[in-house]
Design a protein around this ligand. Structure first.
Ligand code: BGC
Length: 417
């Protein structure tokens, strides 16, 4: 983290988000949020009074897989189409609306409204957007339509949105964490520690830093925990040899690691002995992390019905021993993820070093996995015994956070004018 923040070679990008403040209670009016990066695309409208949301409208849009891996122009035209569909549906096409854009991929930020894409991750890969300012791509797409008065005024990461949304629930919030399809965290850093700051400074005391911990280990520093299963998981991923840490812990990959382990045990004659070869278990991507969560629920309840149901999907009728082995594999893989996340959070708590820090969390894996949170809450006190912390669920932090950051951005702009 220190190397990253001092701009020395590091697999932790420690990106300046240029969000130097939380809400201060003076924000008023209508703000739009656009959220791209997870399973769905979302557009939302927040009405704020005294910095607090008093009305919210959200619409989810599906993004086809061909848009996720096609040309950037097509993807951004679709984003603009969804924004105008939503705005027109709200009857707000003639109103000048500030928009915050949650773009949950690593970016180099030159300011609060300039974000150059470093690399795609998770389920996206539109190569022609690399090293391009995605705010510009969105503005151009909105201009091509010309049917609304939307103004893109801020770009942010989903972890930043989650931290900001969390801070409306608990003012001690200083960390935003996403455990979803991907994983990442951001935190409130002392402004004097931050070297990469391209805009004029105005006496900021703090600023949110996007760690981009998904890429942790891409320089080899985490190879000492890499197993053959991780290597196979990486080889089966959309972009191999990248996002080492994310591939150990996030929702896009936990199921795949479990599948790779089970396939190996089956091939070695240690699992599903006497069953016909479960062909579909051998297909990469077939065992998703929500199924791991279902199996983990059995371990919590001391049952086996979910595990059997999951295996039935693969045409497997397991015996008792098989059930235990499958549950054990899910536990080991999930527990490793919980421990790795806890280690990083413990380090962050020590770095922030405030009396009590609240960690705002969101993401599908966090919500659906029955015991990640319990483990994390057990591990952190062992790793950072002197640091008091709380975890809260900042529901839809990436969506609401987008609109909230737009409100902060507008306030900052008005202050300068
Ligand atoms: C991206 C991050 C994002 C995280 C969670 C990662 O793949 O690089 O920017 O915050 O996923 O969505």
């Amino acid at each position: 983290m220190n190397k990253g923040i001092h701009r020395c070679p590091s697999s932790l990008q420690m990106e300046n988000t240029y969000v130097p403040e939380l809400l201060d209670g003076t924000e008023e009016g209508l703000y739009l949020g656009l959220d791209l990066g997870g399973t769905h695309l979302r557009v939302l409208l927040l009405e704020l009074a005294h910095g607090t949301p008093i009305r919210e409208q959200v619409k989810k849009y599906h993004i086809n897989s061909d848009l996720r891996v096609g040309s950037a122009i097509r993807l951004f035209d679709y984003l603009a189409e969804c924004v105008s569909d939503f705005v027109i549906e709200q009857g707000l096409q003639d109103v000048e609306l500030p928009l915050g854009f949650t773009f949950s991929f690593p970016m180099i930020q030159h300011s609060l409204d300039i974000g150059m894409l470093v690399t795609w991750t998770k389920t996206f890969n539109c190569p022609d957007a690399m090293n391009v300012d995605v705010v510009n791509l969105l503005r151009e797409a909105l201009d091509r339509r010309g049917d609304t008065k939307v103004k893109v005024i801020a770009i942010l990461n989903d972890t930043t949105g989650t931290l900001i949304q969390g801070s409306t629930l608990d003012h001690n919030t200083a960390i935003g964490l996403i455990l979803g399809t991907g994983s990442n965290a951001c935190y409130l850093e002392r402004a004097d520690r931050v070297e990469h700051w391209e805009t004029e400074r105005h006496g900021e005391r703090e600023v949110i830093i996007d760690i981009e911990w998904g890429a942790f280990g891409d320089n080899g520093v985490l190879d000492f925990i890499k197993t053959d299963y991780d290597r196979e998981n990486d080889a089966n991923s959309l972009i191999a040899n990248s996002f080492t840490f994310e591939k150990y812990i996030s929702g896009k990959y936990l199921g795949e690691i479990v599948r790779v382990v089970l396939a190996k045990l089956t091939k070695d004659g240690l699992l599903f002995v006497g069953e016909h070869t479960p062909g579909s278990l051998l297909v990469p991507g077939n065992l998703t992390s929500d199924l791991v969560s279902d199996i983990e629920q059995d371990s919590v309840d001391g049952g086996n019905s979910s595990t059997r149901k999951v295996l039935m999907k693969f045409g497997i009728i397991p015996d008792e021993e098989d059930v235990k082995i499958v549950q054990y594999v899910c536990e080991v893989v999930s527990n490793r993820a919980a421990l790795l996340v806890s280690i990083c959070l413990a380090v962050l708590l020590k770095r922030i070093d405030k009396e009590s820090v609240t960690i705002a969390v969101d993401g599908s894996l966090y919500k659906h996995h029955p015991r990640l949170e319990t483990w994390i809450k057990q591990y952190i006190p062992l790793l950072a015994p002197k640091h008091e912390f709380k975890m809260i669920h900042a529901e839809d932090g990436s969506g609401k956070g987008a609109a909230l950051v737009a409100a902060i951005a507008q306030r900052l702009q008005e202050r300068l004018n």
